[in-house]
Design a protein around this ligand. Structure first.
Ligand SMILES: NC(=O)c1ccc[n+]([C@@H]2O[C@H](COP(=O)([O-])OP(=O)(O)OC[C@H]3O[C@@H](n4cnc5c(N)ncnc54)[C@H](OP(=O)(O)O)[C@@H]3O)[C@@H](O)[C@H]2O)c1
Length: 229
């Protein structure tokens, strides 16, 4: 009996290929469908219908269309694509309508999720001292489309929950960096700099597969934090 979790990959760029490579080495996952090997391809709806979970790493321009079409098939989705979260309410309606499951996250690496908590905690401490200010900086490879990154927006939102800081991020798009985020707490007397550097895309890909396992037989909308718990 084949007990592997069947994965449909939507998007076969840097992240899609990384997840495919992990699945090939894994006894727990099998890729049964790949959509958008090229931007001119259509969604492989026949293949996706055979999957336990579809994982979307495409772009903000196509992700909402993908969510509508795949949810209509009754297939659960992990959404790694960023830059669309202002449409979360309409996505929730789609998931409710088709009684499926969907999990989304700005950053699927364990280290980045710990970084969210560390920066939010630090902000709470610094906010007690009026002389401190906070700001951020992020660097990504030159092909990244959204700016600031979804991770930067998540850091900003988490910090806002704990402090009055409205963090502005400076974004650099150049070179090959898979993701660097820095938060600085600064005063006339001293400062603390906290940073997270992704060395490659393996952490994101592992997180996406963890999310797929979590979501396999669930209904409703979840964030990556739910899977980490
Ligand atoms: N949540 C996380 O942990 C995490 C981590 C890394 C990245 N991301 C996000 O995931 C997304 C993908 O990242 P990536 O680095 O894999 O990007 P990428 O290398 O550019 O790959 C994107 C894939 O989607 C396809 N695609 C893009 N726009 C399309 C469209 N309009 N119609 C059909 N196919 C389209 C691309 O096809 P072509 O190759 O033909 O263009 C490619 O296969 C981005 O939003 C990124 O910010 C999230």
């Amino acid at each position: 009996m084949n007990l592997k979790t069947k994965i449909a990959l939507i998007g076969f760029g840097k992240m899609g290929r990384e997840i495919d490579a992990l699945c090939r080495e894994s006894e727990n996952f099998e890729v049964v469908s790949v959509s958008y090997k090229n931007i001119t391809d259509k969604l492989d709806l026949k293949g996706i219908a055979k999957a336990d979970v579809a994982i979307d790493f495409t772009s903000k321009d196509i992700v909402l269309e993908n969510i509508e079409k795949v949810s209509r098939l009754g297939i659960n989705m992990v959404i790694g694509t960023t830059g669309w979260h202002e449409d979360l309410d309409s996505v929730k309606k789609i998931v409710k309508k088709y009684k499926t499951g969907l999990l989304y996250g700005q950053n699927f690496s364990a280290g980045a999720n710990i970084f969210f908590k560390i920066t939010a905690f630090a902000a709470g401490l610094f906010a007690k001292f009026s002389e401190y200010d906070a700001y951020g900086m992020e660097i990504h490879h030159k092909a990244k489309l959204d700016s600031p990154s979804g991770t930067a927006l998540k850091i900003r939102d988490e910090i806002k929950k704990n402090s009055p800081y409205k963090i502005n991020f400076t974004s650099i798009r150049a070179g090959r960096n898979p993701g660097f985020h820095e938060v600085v707490f600064d005063s006339p007397a001293d400062g603390i700099t906290l940073s997270h550097q992704a060395y490659n895309r393996t952490g994101f890909a592992k997180g996406a597969l963890l999310a797929a396992l979590f979501l396999k037989n669930k209904k409703g909308v979840y964030s990556f934090e739910d899977a980490l718990k």
